[in-house]
Unconditional design. Structure first.
Length: 241
């Protein structure tokens, strides 16, 4: 039987093993970190005021093409969509207020619609949105979220700007420009007198479970702003009426 190795022989071997383990530890830590699941990104809240130009494709839902100037003004509790249909000279104004009242008017008619909810806040995606990963869309690297299976929201990874919205019924909106802090003078928000004189004005109260189908088709931004927090069944029902 051989005698046990001398401690003077074993000690250098142990020291060598410790040095090798120490050198390997950063690599192991990095490997563990790489294998860990990263938390899902958080949607960037909207600026409290912005102006966006939005190209809207309604052809899959039986509509036409539109160009919309969108003005979002959360501090003053208002949102405006200036809607221009393809090859149409008379734009439609959709002025929405946080008390749930919207005015839809052009040069000769007006319609007032009262919704059960007001504008969504800038962080409307913070609760209830499901992250679906990254996707290359419209030429941009985007984060993608969905909410209540109603809207799919694409946000540019590099800047946090909105790039595109898709809706459950086939509507698509592409953000062509996005100006943080863009505001519109107060006079442009005022509904004309014929919205209130009872002549060519039409007022509709919308129940919590639905929205007039014509308004839903005309005001595509309103679909998201008013109902993105509503139950999916109620949203779907609003477009089936």
């Amino acid at each position: 039987m051989s005698p046990p190795p001398s401690p003077l022989v074993v000690l250098p071997i142990l020291l060598l093993l410790l040095l090798l383990l120490a050198a390997a530890s950063p690599s192991l830590a990095a490997a563990n970190a790489a294998g860990a699941v990263a938390p899902a990104p958080v949607p960037t809240p909207w600026p409290e005021q912005f102006h966006a130009v939005v190209f809207t494709n309604l052809t899959e839902s039986g509509g036409r093409l539109q160009l919309i100037d969108l003005y979002y003004d959360w501090p003053r509790g208002r949102n405006l969509n200036l809607i221009r249909d393809q090859l149409s000279g008379d734009p439609l104004y959709d002025v929405e207020w946080t008390n749930g009242t919207s005015y839809y008017f052009d040069s000769g008619s007006c319609r007032t619609i009262r919704f059960p909810v007001g504008l969504l806040p800038p962080d409307w995606l913070a609760a209830g949105a499901v992250y679906l990963g990254r996707e290359h869309v419209d030429g941009f690297d985007c984060h993608l979220w969905t909410k209540v299976d109603f809207v799919w929201y694409y946000e540019e990874v590099a800047t946090g700007r909105p790039v595109r919205w898709n809706f459950f019924n086939g509507m698509q909106q592409h953000v062509m420009s996005f100006e943080v802090g863009g505001v519109l003078e107060d006079s442009k928000w005022q509904a004309p007198a014929y919205c209130f004189n009872g002549g060519n004005a039409d007022t509709t109260n919308v129940a919590a479970g639905g929205v007039d189908s014509e308004a839903g088709r005309v005001d595509v931004m309103n679909s998201m702003i008013r109902f993105a927090g509503a139950p999916a069944a109620a949203v779907a029902a609003s477009f089936d009426q």
